[in-house]
Ligand binder design. Structure first.
Ligand code: OSB
Ligand code: MG
Length: 427
């Protein structure tokens, strides 16, 4: 019986593989939709050759959205978010993406200013220099420019939304997502007092969020974690230090092993893998890397070095979907759990995060909160909501699957810039 089943599965996989090859040679994006559930042998629709697209315009905008309450990390505090939106237009449709860089280079060296420069002067011209065939085509055009992952990601995101809209597929379908809803948690900033922190913890638990992440820094760490754990012995609880410690703090941080944390996110330097490996070997609790994971190569190195046991994937930090998908696949093959991080995005970036988190390897709750957790009004309709079970539905409409509220974006726009191909560049 067992042998028969295995033979059957083997045949199914072979048939699926043959079908995949057929649809690949047809160069037809849409003909591959029925293949989406055969994840082992799947070639993603976004990686297929599709109708070459002539990008006619790239638009860059900044809008400032006030936050409901300040967000404090070990880097400092912000009370509004300067949102950097990018859109690309072809064949009468517009796709939207978001550059998640901050105003100041703390989390990453990129800023809104550096990303605008890189997109305007290098990436947008590369995108418009010739027709775009698929996601890998974009990634390879961008690969000769070193770094600036968030700038690259902004354009990859906008392209993927455009591709979805033009082909009538959702982002989740384009990348081979398998979930119809994703589990979410909340990231709680450093608070003025423990009472305020506990109030926030209780609020988000009562709203259904499945995991609470506490931002920590020296002076706001062991004590508050112990007290939150005492009040909530059973919840999924994690901490994120945003690189606030060094390996010389390892003995002190070892106390965190007492609190049954799901993970300790990025305790040490943003650029480090070696000290994280030393620290992980001392700890029972899983280390999760965020800032240190800048692409597939760093992911492989981190896993080979045993620098962490969990990985946070942020599409912006790794340079877009192409790298995010590669990291997801590598982690899934090595049975390393991944989850989707957040950057206080507007609804546009959030919609892309939801699509990414619908991939099968995203087995831990993501930092994907409801729009109302950050802003009084979002730039998409309907806004993102979290169910009482702590899940967010994966949209099924084409592209990001939400309507972009262009009137509201226009009303909030601080700067706007349109980039068009140089005359005669398009063949
Ligand atoms: O380290 O995960 C982080 C926000 C901005 C920059 C870095 C981080 C964060 C968050 C918030 O933790 C996640 C979110 O709710 O978007
Ligand atoms: Mg983090």
């Amino acid at each position: 019986m067992r042998v028969c089943l295995q033979q059957l599965l083997h045949n199914v996989n072979n048939a699926a593989y043959a079908a995949k090859r057929t649809c690949y040679t047809k160069l037809d994006l849409l003909s591959c939709a029925p293949m989406q559930h055969v994840s082992e042998v799947q070639a993603r629709p976004c990686e297929m050759k599709s109708i070459p697209l002539e990008i006619e315009r790239v638009e860059l905008r900044t809008i400032r959205l006030p936050l409901h309450e300040p967000f404090e990390t070990s880097f400092g505090s912000i009370d509004s978010r300067l949102i950097f939106l990018v859109s690309v237009t072809a064949q009468g449709q517009t796709g939207w993406g978001e550059v998640v860089a901050a105003e100041e280079p703390h989390y990453s060296y990129e800023t809104v200013g550096t990303a605008a420069h890189i997109i305007r002067d290098y990436l947008a011209p590369a995108l418009m220099s010739d027709r775009v065939t698929n996601l890998s085509d974009i990634a390879s055009r961008f690969s000769s420019f070193r770094g600036h992952n968030m700038a690259k990601a902004g354009l990859e995101l906008a392209y993927m939304d455009l591709l979805g809209r033009l082909s009538g597929q959702s982002l989740s379908q384009l990348i081979g997502g398998t979930r119809s809803s994703v589990a979410v948690g909340v990231s709680l900033g450093i608070q003025p007092s423990f009472e305020k922190l506990l109030d926030r913890v209780n609020r988000y638990l009562s709203l259904g969020y499945q995991r609470i992440k506490l931002k920590i820094k020296p002076g706001w760490d062991i004590g508050i974690v112990r007290d939150v754990r005492r009040c909530h012995p059973e919840i999924l609880l994690s901490v994120d230090a945003n690189s606030a410690y060094t390996i010389s703090d390892a003995e002190y941080l070892k106390q965190l092993d007492d609190f049954r944390l799901l993970m300790i996110e990025q305790p040490l330097d943003h650029d480090d893998l070696i000290d994280h490996a030393k620290f992980q070997s001392m700890m029972k609790t899983a280390i999760c890397l965020d800032e240190s994971i800048t692409g597939i190569q760093r992911t492989r190195q981190a896993l080979d070095l045993k620098s962490c046991r969990i990985i946070n994937i942020k599409i912006g930090r790794v340079g877009g979907y192409s790298q995010a998908l590669a990291i997801h696949d590598a982690c899934e093959a090595r049975k390393i759990p991944v989850w989707c991080g957040g950057m206080l995005e507007s609804g546009i970036g959030r919609a892309h995060n939801i699509a990414l988190a619908s991939l099968s390897g995203f087995t831990l709750p993501g930092d994907i909160s409801a729009s109302s957790r950050y802003f009084s009004r979002d730039v998409i309709t309907p806004e993102v909501t979290v169910s009482t079970e702590g899940t967010v539905d994966v949209p099924t409409g084409s592209g990001i699957g939400f309507e972009v509220d262009v009137d509201y974006i226009d009303a909030m726009t601080q700067t706007k810039e349109s980039i068009q191909p140089s005359i005669g560049l398009l063949k």
